[in-house]
Design a protein around this ligand. Structure first.
Ligand code: NAD
Length: 372
């Protein structure tokens, strides 16, 4: 059965429709044949082989006009250069305003293809078909698109709503377990900051989720999308509540940057969730039983509860000071006061924390989570 969510970001004119159905990709034409346009399927080279060519053939077989474009896999290709190459290929095919981009892939593809759709001929239709768990539960919801530049990650881009987001959980069967873990961490985060019932479900059904049991998987993807949708609907202009989605990321991003991205995003954010929960305990906001629950759920999903080495606290502080939530040099954190509830500070969900307490939390991380 197809499950549907419809949402609108209030500053944007369009509604986004999210549809989730196992096996959807095999029937892709029926989701698209009411659209009178030419489809430009944009994907990466791995997904081109796994699913892109089939999707292309299915559209052609249904007498839909479609072209397939691909670029090399990986974050290092989420650049202006790749965007320009794709745009040039669209121009060479003489595609005009009646083109609809189908972004088929993980977050790298949906970010870059979404940005292409937003600017090509001043904006053309966009459909996202996410193929990683992280993209299904996070990257494809909210309309953020963009590329990385030498000055930072996602520093060029815009918010552009896809018309549809079509999710087929069965494609996750080909996704490596490390990539599944990246998505699970974001789902755990959604439960921690906004929904204790969802967190409890993730605790109870870890085995089924890890073994990609279809009905359970569909439910958690649907619920996770709904939680993110509710957060962004509350904060269309990205001024307050959206910060919740950054829980665990202040420390997580610092670890990614210090290890030169040798720690994956999921692993870094998993550690970040722990350290920022520890900070919440230190500030007297969260009880230590909740911290134990967080450790336990990360272990259930085989997420790391250890670090490969210790990291100098001053370097971590320096990396965190350039976090987007920092204000006038002061590092600010999303904190939780119980599982499923975040701490409101003034009108936002960013609490400034004294350096001495941050240092204590980072020392806890280095001493308690370090396995060397
Ligand atoms: N726009 C947003 O709101 C938002 C939110 C979170 C993350 N992001 C962005 O998302 C990106 C990370 O996305 P990601 O984790 O999906 O990484 P990704 O797109 O690089 O995909 C990871 C790898 O998995 C492969 N892959 C994808 N689907 C597969 C499948 N079904 N089977 C086998 N292999 C598959 C890809 O080819 C790639 O090699 C980052 O660039 C991040 O900035 C954006």
């Amino acid at each position: 059965m197809t499950q549907k969510i419809t949402y609108k970001i209030s500053c944007l004119p369009k509604y986004s429709e999210v549809e989730i159905c196992s096996g959807l990709l095999q029937n892709i034409s029926q989701y698209l044949n009411s659209m009178n346009c030419t489809f430009a399927i944009i994907t990466d080279e791995r997904i081109e082989t796994l699913y892109g060519k089939t999707v292309h053939q299915l559209l052609i077989a249904s007498s839909l006009e479609a072209h397939l474009f691909s670029f090399p896999c990986g974050e290092q290709n989420k650049t202006r250069f790749t965007k320009e190459l794709i745009e040039n290929k669209l121009f060479e095919k003489k595609l005009g305003r009646d083109t609809c981009v189908i972004a088929l892939g993980g977050g790298v593809v949906t970010d870059i293809a979404g940005f292409v759709a937003a600017t090509y001929c001043r904006g053309i239709d966009l459909i996202m078909i996410p193929t990683t768990l992280l993209c299904m539960v996070d990257a494809c919801i909210g309309g953020k698109t963009g590329v990385n530049v030498a000055y930072g990650k996602n520093m060029l881009g815009c918010v552009y709503q896809p018309r549809k987001i079509l999710i087929d959980p069965s494609v996750l069967n080909s996704l490596p377990s490390k990539e599944i873990a990246n998505g699970v961490v974001e789902m755990i985060k959604h439960g921690l900051v906004a929904n204790s019932t969802f967190f409890e479900y993730l605790e109870r059904y870890a085995d089924q989720i890890l073994s990609l049991e279809p009905e359970v998987l569909k439910k958690v993807i649907f619920d996770s999308c709904r939680i993110k949708k509710e957060i962004i609907e509350e904060d269309a202009n990205d001024k307050g509540m959206r910060n919740l989605l950054n829980f665990g990321h202040t420390v997580g991003h610092a670890l990614e940057s210090l290890t030169n991205y040798k720690i994956s995003h999921g692993e870094a954010v998993a550690i970040g969730l722990l350290v920022e929960s520890y900070l919440s305990v230190q500030l007297g906001m969260l009880n230590s039983n909740s911290l134990d629950r967080i450790k336990k759920i990360l272990a259930q999903y085989h997420l790391p509860l250890s670090l490969p080495s210790k990291y100098p606290v001053t370097d971590l502080l320096h990396a965190m000071s350039s976090d987007k939530k920092s204000l006038k040099g002061q590092i600010r954190f999303v904190l939780i006061d119980e599982v499923g509830s975040s701490l409101k500070y003034n009108s936002s969900f960013c609490t400034p924390v004294e350096n001495s307490l941050i240092i204590k939390a980072l020392e806890w991380m280095n001493n308690d989570l370090c396995c060397c």
